[in-house]
Design a protein around this ligand. Sequence first.
Ligand SMILES: Nc1nc2ncc(COP(=O)(O)O)nc2c(=O)[nH]1
Length: 291
Amino acid sequence: MRVSGVPTAYLPGLPQPRRALVMGVLNVTPDSFSDGGQWLEPDKAIAHGHELLAEGADLLDVGGESTRPGADRPSEEEELARVLPVVRALAGAGALVSVDTMRSRVAQETVEAGAVMVNDVSGGLADPRMLPFVAAAGVPYICMHWRAHAAQMQRHATYDDVVETVVSELSDRLAAAEAAGVAPELLAVDPGLGFAKTGEHNWALLAGFDRLASLGRPVLIAASRKTFLGNLLADPETGQRRRTVDRDDASAAVAVLAAAAGAWCVRSHAVRPTLDGVKVAAAWGAAPAGH
Ligand SMILES: Nc1nc2ncc(COP(=O)(O)O)nc2c(=O)[nH]1
């Protein structure tokens, strides 16, 4: 089996170990699907960020808006109030922080507070000022495949060929970013698992990793604790979906397989097992091929 374990491409200005990067998830929200409310208070969020760093996270992804299906949007002021103190404290402590936001003003203020990357789940579609801001700021930008806000996104989960369509629509977003002046080498892509996607779509996108990589940009895979894993692990007797906090082994397995395929970064709630796993993928990929 061909195992790479090393990213097919990197983003400049960020760590470039010969392994996939691990991005620790820090949702400062009352209602994120997997950890909603746990880290809403800034002090708790900052402490959890340090825990993730201690586990070895290369990056911390700080978000103030839940994107779970059906979630209502917080105001821009509320989102800012949630993330700004957390970004300022963690970046101030030397952490590499990405801000998980669709709003250009939140991106701007958190970059000014020390965030080094913008993680925009909308790929620039939710706020027309986002791409111009990213271009002017010159920071790395994660461009995720997205079709609509959480309240209505699952209505858009229809594709003839999900891999080809997602690759094509991501290609359009990369072109839009470059047209807005974003330097191409600062762009990473992400298939948006669970965003206007069914479980079947998610598995097809993972199996189609090489098509995502054919965009020529670093690929971020973010499957951690998502519903399609809960369904995969459902109790065979009752059909009861596996609880979110009990999905970390399967989440790490997806991350390792993505790293083996050449993912640039994997986004995880459980950093330590994920980091251990991507190191295994890198060691396997580095071994001389059997004769
Ligand atoms: N780039 C990127 N960012 C994201 N942010 C939040 C969530 C929702 O999951 P969470 O509630 O566990 O953060 N998923 C993604 C994702 O798939 N890709």
